[in-house]
Design a protein around this ligand. Sequence first.
Ligand code: TPP
Ligand code: MG
Length: 822
Amino acid sequence: MPKTQIVHPADLRRPGQLETAVIPLNRYNRSFEEERKEFTPEELKDIYLDMRYIREVETMIYGVRTVKNYNGIEYCYTGPAHLSTGQEAAAVGMAFTLNRDDIIFGSHRSHGEFLARGFRAVRTLSENELDNIMKSRPDILRVAERNCPGGSVRKLATDFLLYGFICEVFGRANGFNRGHGNSMHVFFPPFGIYPNNAIVGGSAGIAAGAALYRKVNRSGGIVVCNFGDGALGRGPVWEAMNFAAMDQYSTLWEEGYRGGLPVIFNCINNCYGMGGQTSGETMAYGCAARVAAGVNPEAMHAERIDGYDPMAVIDAFRRKRALVEAARGPVFLETVTYRYAGHSATDANSYRSQEEIEEWRKADSILTLRRDLESAGLVSAAEFERMDAAIVEHVTRLTRLAADPAVSPRPDPAREPDAFRKYNFSNGRSEAHPASVGRDVTQPIEENARRKKLAGKTRFYLDAAGNPVSGMKAFTLRDALFEAVLSRAYADDKLVIYGEDNRDWGGAYGVYTGLTEALPYHRLFNAPISEAAIVGTAVGCGMCGGHVLIELMFSDFIGCAGDEVFNQLSKWQAMSAGMLKMPVVLRVSVGAKYGAQHAQDWTALCTHIPGLKVVYPATPYDAKGMLTAALAGTDPVLFFESQRLYDTPEMFHADGVPEEDYEIPLGMPDVKRAGNDLTILTVGPALYSALRAADRLEREFRLSAEVIDARSLVPFDFEPVVRSVRKTGRILIVSDACERGSWPQTLAARIARFCFDDLDAPPVVIGAPNGISPCPELETSYYPQPEWILDAIHTLVLPLDGYAVGMDFGNAELMRHDRLGI
Ligand SMILES: Cc1ncc(C[n+]2csc(CCOP(=O)(O)OP(=O)(O)O)c2C)c(N)n1
Ligand SMILES: [Mg+2]
């Protein structure tokens, strides 16, 4: 909490009443005669054409999904079909005012928004820009060119847009996301179309993060986040709206960075979330726009607008974009509309009446605009017939190409086994421009007080005389993390750092103490207690080009950001087929002394998810080198730390932790102690238990254990481990994670396979018992202890002369536990 803002009892205890802002409902009331003056006849025609194209493409998808036929093209489409017929005016009106730097995010029902934004891009980008964009996808361009000979660049770009879109829906390699995305996720950033999200409300945090990127980098452009009314029931949407509106942007951020995030949350209210009627059944707001009143005093400038009138939508977007550009965002719009088709192809419409659907059909936006244009004498009936027929012919022609496997093959994992996996990681470097080194900071790095203090610390655990250095004087793992962060923050002005209590407080466990003095608010700030928004916004900021370091305090809190970590952070690089990068490092610590909900090692959950790098350094040297490497990369890294190790000094590099920058490549295990008789592979703090066990083995049983610190979990190079096992013939794998389903179990299975001929005993896994982490006084009965390692060795690997077992690692006991599920 900033000391500059006093919270005074006299203010908070004063009587009064709270006024909320007035939220206008459908105030747009211009007649067509009036509104047509705002547009050229060409623009009016374009609005009609875009809506009509969307309707036709959706009709085509409906056809191939339900009766396996569209205009004589026999094609069996089996994928999702969340159609937006009925919602065309909302999509086209939304996209009509958008410019080159404006981007949209959407949902599972965003075909219409994709096409509307795409058509807008084709009309507004220069021919040169369009040409370059199309050349970035020669596969799509080739087919478009062959079938659109002699057309103008814009005509070709329209074919490019429609063909790339249909191919993606059909899961073809020529799709915009190379068939990896599919109907619910199709997107194409060069046209301002960012990910559409099949997790309801999943786009909200990401869009706020894209807006954060725009604000922090003052890059211009606005972000439109399209989501359905059902999404208002999801917590992460509320978190995102609050994140976008936080007071600090106006109260604390520096001049030039003031004001809420430049984002319009556009709730496309079609009155249903699948079969659940939102207003009237599943929600309590009565009117969706009301939710904005709970976010800030301006109620996010919320309005309900008529999404059946494209002009009303355009009018609202014109006014709201002006607000957002004046740094008065975020904005909330409730765009009322209706879908004619079922939620998806299998929807029997059992939850709504035919009469209701008919009422909306009567007010159909395409028919209404057609009638208006005709009666105004702008387009004749014959011309409409010609336009409509041309659209049908066009969509038919491109559908035929997309459905033809000879023209549009599928990605072929048989020919290319890594076809889907190769985009999991980009493995690039997120270097800032050299000219930006030391830019956008608040003091020269040499003046940093903590850095100066660290200069007086001893960077190895023993002093020159070989005596242990006192805790006060020792350079610790906490210091090593700080040094890496400080250095990267000065080397990379695109690096933004946030999380709960990251400023002032000094970050969880004091890792960031000293950072507040170094960085302005727009590079280091306190996030609300909104784990979903912290991760979601980092995803959005990262995919737009930002470099982000976020922190979630305790690994247990990953659960509060489950979707954002497991579906968003991890997947968008692959779902974009390499178009997007995700330079986001997420620090989480495994707690101690806080019991069941604050002290569990959740590495296993993260290693299970493709697309996340997962590391767990245990020494100051490794922590600094690996955090530096993670921050310099372009992939999402889950950076695990142990609270039990923050005070640990460096014990393995006799020269101490270097003051200068260095990187340790992610994925390389490290031999921390050489030995010949057995191998102990450790994850995180288990390293120290293993070392103590190795001491005892040496002292009491004349056995030399080789101790290898995994350091990284994903990726992981098995070579050093295999080499060790070839030598020792025995391996135990130790970590603090609950044993069942843990990463060490995967390691054990792999080693059994890689080293089958070399092993004298099966690999053994020692983890925490499969139960809750207990109160602090009993933690030694939860985290693996050195004696447990000896117990397991004696029972399962190599009998130790005269050893008395404490913990029962026998097979019968394990089977008993499994039978009980504990
Ligand atoms: C988090 C999550 N919960 C449930 C679903 C299943 N689901 C898909 S679409 C949908 C309805 C969404 O309604 P709304 O947000 O209003 O969008 P609409 O379908 O009306 O466009 C549901 C429940 C999902 N995809 N994600
Ligand atoms: Mg809905």
